[in-house]
Design a protein around this ligand. Structure first.
Ligand code: HBI
Ligand code: FE
Length: 291
């Protein structure tokens, strides 16, 4: 069993790289209507909260359509913009396979969609989290380069046994990242932008900390997989995020070896604090499950 919990090869019907046919003709009317319900719910809260690159990406790919998008169709548009495509997978896939897809500009997206009675509950990333949440940002050339660089970095982190540090970078940027804009803080992280409640909480609630992004700081900060984040990191721009990948991660991992983790409620010396949270939301919830 490898560290990511996968043992053995891909499931029956999947290729060696864990890709499967999306089966777009097989979606039911209910599944298409679930996509439209989720899409319209998000569009009631995202204008003025999601970053421009995300909103432009939604339009460029015409992602509302008549329901669950056909990956072939969106891949044609995406390829022309940034060289990325969307490939269907049955769910979470082994880390090394995941990183290889990203490094090759293929985004692995689950082809299943949540049931109508579980709109706000997400056991595993479904097609709405993956395609609505992640894919629009891949139309932005700088973010598209960042994601490919992340894939290359992931393979190296696996070799160095430092995946837990790199996974934090992914979590606090690709999944739960905020960015500065002329109009104030905006969301670019897929985990936030695909959640109706966290889209508001991450920007407007007094509970979480919001701290200027710092690579080493992020890699020392555990994250929650079970509830709203207690700390969000804010990048000044997409260009600054891409610059992060120019660092020598080997030297960084060495420096991290002696550094302790920073508690997710705490502020640390050197933090450029944007807002200090009171953490009342987290205090009212079950103890955090951290990674
Ligand atoms: N597989 N399909 C899929 N989607 C993910 O986001 C994903 C994955 N496997 C591994 C993984 N993410 C994370 O462990 C890495 O980001 C570290
Ligand atoms: Fe995700």
């Amino acid at each position: 069993m490898s560290a990511d919990g996968f043992s053995g090869g891909p499931p029956p019907g999947a290729a060696a790289d864990w890709t499967i046919a999306q089966g777009w003709n097989g979606y039911t009317t209910e599944e298409h209507s679930t996509w439209l319900t989720l899409y319209d719910r998000q569009m009631a809260v995202l204008p003025g909260r999601a970053c421009n690159a995300f909103l432009h990406g939604l339009d460029a790919l015409d992602l509302r359509g008549e329901g669950v998008p056909d990956f072939t169709r969106i891949s044609e548009r995406l390829q022309a913009l940034t060289g990325w495509s969307v490939v269907a997978v049955p769910g979470l896939i082994p880390d090394d396979v995941f990183f290889d897809h990203l490094a090759s500009r293929r985004f692995p997206a689950g082809n299943f969609i949540r049931k109508p009675h579980e709109l706000d509950y997400l056991k595993e990333p479904d097609v709405f989290h993956d395609v609505f949440g992640h894919v629009p940002m891949l139309t932005d050339p700088v973010f598209a380069d960042y994601m490919a660089a992340y894939g290359r970095g992931g393979a190296r982190a696996l070799q160095l046994g430092r995946l837990h540090n790199l996974a934090r970078l992914y979590w606090y940027t690709v999944e739960f990242g905020l960015m500065q804009s002329a109009a104030g803080l905006r969301i670019y992280g897929a985990g936030i932008v695909s959640s109706r409640t966290e889209s508001v909480f991450s920007l407007e609630d007094g509970s979480p900390n919001r701290i200027a992004f710092d690579l080493q700081r992020v890699m020392r900060t555990p994250y929650r997989i079970d509830d709203f984040q207690q700390t969000y990191f804010v990048i000044p721009s997409m260009d600054e995020l891409l610059d992060v990948t120019q660092h020598d991660f080997g030297a960084l991992y060495t420096a991290l070896a002696g550094a302790k983790d920073i508690a997710i409620t705490d502020l640390a010396p050197g933090d450029r604090v944007i807002t200090r949270g009171h953490q009342e939301y987290a205090a009212s919830r079950a103890p955090a499950q951290l990674v």
